[in-house]
Every structure is written in structure tokens, then in C-alpha cells.
Design a protein. Structure first.
Length: 144
């Protein structure tokens, strides 16, 4: 099988193109695609430790730590010691962070529609279902 025909190749290329579009769209807000992803996950799971957030997003604790550090420096999140375990630092969004997320969501909604406008609604729903199935299967495999 040629490299160009591998599904992995297409998935990687689409991911890179999507990240580039998100980075471009959010540049004016001073936030990267990775920081947006971390803030989005955080807002829906807060308060949460950086380590748990990393596990939930399938990335290394070090990578998530970099996103958290950048978001904290921008005043979009804050960290506080966990009430039951002082060694654990919980992360929570600030009002400014939630405001930035709302602005970013509107921009990402728009570029996501543009990005996938070559697909019908039915095709997009099918793609979402297939990607979700592959992701779930691989995450389960990693747990074994």
C-alpha cells in the first residue's frame, strides 16, 4: 500500500489543516488551537486537575501543563489546591476565560461549517459517527 493511500495519512493531514484553520481564526483572540481545546475541555469538566484533564484529552501531562500555564498567564484560568488533597491543584476557568471561550466558539462554529461544507449534513453526521467509533475503540484498546 502506498503511503498516500493510508487512512492515517489522510487523518493526519485533515487534523493539521483543521488546527491551522483554528489557529488562524483565533489569532486575534491571542489563543492557539491547543489552548482553545484545553479551555473548552476545562469549562465542561471544572474543577479538574491538570493531570486528569490530560488523561481525558489523551495527551501527556507535560503538554497539558504547557497549555494550562499559558492560559493562566492570560488570566483565563486559575489554579487552587484541592480541598481533600493539597498535592493536587485543581484548575477552573475565570470569568474572562469563559468570555473568551464564547467568542472562540462562535469563530470555530463558523470555520467548522466552512471546513466541512463539501459534505452534506448526512455525510457529516456519518463522518462524526465513524470518527467517534474509531476513537472509542482505540481508547478502549489503550485501557487493556
Amino acid at each position: 500500500m502506498s503511503v498516500a493511500a493510508r487512512v492515517f495519512f489522510y487523518v493526519q493531514q485533515v487534523e493539521q489543516l483543521a488546527r491551522r484553520r483554528i489557529d488562524q481564526a483565533l489569532q486575534g483572540d491571542g489563543i492557539t488551537a491547543g489552548q482553545y481545546m484545553a479551555l473548552n475541555l476545562l469549562v465542561h469538566r471544572e474543577p479538574v486537575s491538570s493531570a486528569n484533564l490530560a488523561r481525558q484529552s489523551n495527551m501527556t501531562a507535560q503538554s497539558m501543563g504547557e497549555f494550562i500555564k499559558a492560559l493562566e498567564a492570560k488570566g483565563l484560568i486559575n489554579r487552587t489546591a484541592d480541598a481533600t488533597n493539597r498535592r493536587v491543584m485543581n484548575v477552573k476557568s475565570t470569568a474572562a476565560g469563559r468570555k473568551v471561550l464564547v467568542q472562540c466558539e462562535a469563530k470555530v462554529d463558523k470555520i467548522e461549517r466552512e471546513f466541512f461544507d463539501c459534505l452534506s449534513g448526512e455525510e457529516l453526521a456519518g463522518l462524526r459517527l465513524l470518527l467517534s467509533r474509531v476513537r472509542s475503540k482505540e481508547l478502549a484498546r489503550m485501557q487493556d
